[in-house]
Design a protein around this ligand. Structure first.
Ligand code: A2P
Length: 270
């Protein structure tokens, strides 16, 4: 019997997804990696949004929600992922190489949008772990700097090597051809570690409660009049910070009504 042509052996990608080619993979740690892929002309998104991303597995799409790390104006798409050895998707996704095909859902969505926030002076982007992903897109969105006088990006992880994008934020962006001026004058990066010694140690919740973050950055304590907050972390972090904000008079915004803060889970945990 004749062998089937190779194209017929390939699983058919459902219409809700676009197959894109992996162009770059970077492993930060044995638990964390980033990858880039090509971006079809039709895929549009706003900074802060997520889409369903994954692989074909046993002839079916195996996908999870991933926030876009890349800015909307960038040519390629970038994502940040955990690696879980028995996780249905990430146990496979962690092995992708340039040239492999990944699935990108055609529709982007999410609540971490600047239009879901009322006007304010300082934008606080508070993240843990892979929750930094949507904020990497937002800090490269020029409109963010038009809307706010200051942008604070706080990222809490356990160990230093989990501070993904630290170099990009602290070295590359301030020198960026188009964004450099805004980044240098408005963006404050505030990394903290919870399980390793570091100049800034502790959970962001503790650093807010103690007032340490405000003293370090030379900013007034959070107020619903002047500050706007976006949260993206674990369920526990989102719940704890939301409760702190509500107690200070902040009101959650949504795609229907803007507020003084918005929340999204850092999705992929498996
Ligand atoms: P900790 O080490 O004290 O648990 P994880 O790796 O488990 O996703 O956590 C990422 C980071 O988020 C860790 O530094 C962790 O601190 C921190 N974290 C976990 N839960 C909360 C919470 N409820 N509020 C603030 N930070 C949290």
């Amino acid at each position: 019997m004749d062998a089937l042509p190779a194209t017929d052996a390939r699983p058919k990608i459902p219409a809700a997804f676009q197959g894109e080619a992996v162009t770059w993979v970077h492993h930060w740690t044995d638990r964390l990696f980033s990858f880039r892929c090509t971006r079809s002309g039709g895929f549009r998104f706003t900074a802060g949004q997520f889409a369903m991303i994954g692989l074909m597995a046993e002839n079916k799409p195996l996908v999870r929600a991933y926030s876009m790390v890349s800015a909307p104006w960038e040519e390629e798409l970038e994502f940040l992922s955990v690696k879980v050895q028995d996780g249905p998707l990430t146990s496979r996704l962690q092995h992708i190489k340039p040239g492999d095909t990944v699935l990108i859902g055609r529709k982007a969505t999410g609540t971490l949008l600047i239009e879901n926030l009322l006007p304010g002076r300082t934008l606080w982007l508070l993240s843990t772990g892979t929750g930094i992903a949507p904020f990497m897109s937002l800090i490269r969105e020029p409109e963010v700097y038009d809307r706010f006088e200051r942008v604070v990006l706080a990222h809490t992880v356990r160990e230093e090597k989990e501070l993904a994008y630290r170099d990009l934020i602290s070295r590359e962006l301030p020198a960026h051809e188009f964004l450099g001026d805004e980044v240098r004058s408005k963006l404050l990066y505030y990394p903290s570690l919870t399980r390793d010694p570091f100049p800034t140690q502790g959970r962001i919740t503790t650093l807010i409660e103690s007032g340490r973050v405000f003293a370090d950055l030379g900013l007034p304590p959070l107020s619903p009049e002047a500050d706007r907050v976006m949260l993206c972390g674990s369920e526990a972090m989102n719940a704890d910070v939301s409760a702190m904000l509500e107690a200070r008079g902040f009101a959650e915004g949504s795609n229907h009504e803007p507020g003084s803060y918005v929340v999204e889970k850092a999705f992929v945990t498996k």
